[in-house]
Design a binder for this molecule. Structure first.
Ligand SMILES: *Cc1c(COP(=O)(O)O)cnc(C)c1O
Length: 366
């Protein structure tokens, strides 16, 4: 069988979730498992976390329903709320929580008679200008919803554009506006994503919403002591399937992008963009061969990529190659580092791993 596998360490997932909770002991933390738990498999991750978390968060009702079908009974919040009014019947039936970010959603909710009141997170635009009401609009919407029989557990929620930035001034202005609004409305708050959970205790609310940190990725631009304790959850691992000796000047791969500057040993690895490995990986992007860092040499192909293993004497057919995550010898290649070489972020690499790379689960509840 093709050796490429995405190994998922559910104990690391639980460790990272506990770390998020320890960052914010006064808050409750929803575990964000949208986009198939950032590519890790939402149901397996939800099962591993269910005894620890007070609620899960997903983007949309399809994601929530597949968790319910899989037997997940914990509360689930829909971060983008409903996409059409007829979803409210399912929201009610499956006891989902919703965010409300637009006027039409308010009207749909107030025109509906649920069997039991629906927990609602009212979304305020923090200045990102994506979803949510302005702080002024939010005041009047809050007043309509807070006593409505359709609604219970009303919260204010907002999402920061710049929680991962070095300069906190924009972030602080947004946060002060939101806190003033919450104080005026006596509203419980839910603000913090992973970077704010890790680095901005002032943003911790009644609830936090850590996502990518649960999977072991550090979203911050500056070193952070807590983030250093995160453990990678996904290890994308394959093997060397062929080796060749090249003379100085020989080229490798499509368009001959990489040229040997010395007599070189090149390993062919079973992993390519057809598995979700990013084709933007430049020459020099690291992988771990037998736990030793080696540079990618040549363009990534659909099913294969090529690595310069001249300095790895024990590289052989069948040798372990870790594209990101933890090698058998304990060395770690953070997905964040690979992402920088691909001019992207860990989120796209993790959510981009395609079904051809089977997920194999280890640890908790397997
Ligand atoms: C995805 C998402 C999160 C989690 O963000 P991370 O950066 O992955 O921690 C939190 N809140 C909302 C509204 C989201 O859409």
């Amino acid at each position: 069988m093709r050796p490429l596998v995405a190994h998922i360490d559910l104990d690391a997932l639980r460790h990272n979730y506990q770390l998020a909770c320890r960052c914010a002991p006064q808050s409750r933390s929803v575990a964000v498992i949208k986009a198939d738990a950032y590519g890790h498999g939402a149901l397996a991750c939800a099962r591993a976390l269910e005894t620890d978390v007070p609620a899960f968060a997903v983007a949309c009702i399809e994601e929530a329903l597949s968790l319910r079908e899989g037997g997940i009974k914990a509360p689930i919040v829909l971060l983008e709320g409903i996409f059409s009014a007829d979803e409210l019947a399912l929201v009610d039936q499956h006891r989902l929580w919703i965010s409300v970010h637009s006027a039409w959603q308010v009207e749909a909710l107030l025109a509906y008679s649920p069997r039991q009141p629906i927990p609602v997170w009212l979304k305020v635009d923090s200045g990102m200008h994506r979803l949510g009401f302005s702080p002024e609009e939010a005041t009047s919407v809050w007043q309509r919803l807070v006593d409505a029989p359709q609604v219970t557990a009303l919260h204010l929620m907002s999402h920061f554009a710049t929680a991962d930035a070095k300069d906190p001034s924009y972030f602080n202005r947004q946060m002060n506006t939101l806190k003033a609004l919450a104080a005026k409305l006596k509203a419980p708050l839910c603000l913090a994503n992973s970077p704010a959970t890790l680095a901005w205790p002032a943003a911790h609310g009644d609830w936090n919403r850590p996502g990518v940190m649960l999977y072991g990725s550090d979203p911050l631009e500056v070193p952070n002591e807590i983030a250093q304790q995160l453990r990678p959850v996904m290890t994308l691992r394959s093997e060397i399937i062929a080796l060749r000796e090249l003379a100085e000047g020989d080229q490798v791969g499509y368009s001959g992008r990489w040229k040997a500057k010395r007599p070189s040993k090149i390993a062919v690895v079973a992993a390519g963009y057809g598995d979700g490995y990013d084709r933007h990986a430049v020459d020099g992007t690291p992988v771990l061969v037998n736990g030793q860092r080696c540079p990618i040499a040549g363009k990534v192909s659909m099913d294969m990529l090529t690595v310069d293993v001249t300095d790895v004497p024990d590289a052989a057919i069948g040798s372990e190659v870790v594209l990101w995550g933890a090698a058998s010898n304990g060395s770690v290649l953070p997905v964040d580092e690979v992402a920088r070489y691909c001019d992207t972020i860990s989120y796209t690499l993790l959510t981009g791993v395609l079904p051809r790379a089977p997920r194999r689960y280890h640890g908790a509840h397997v």
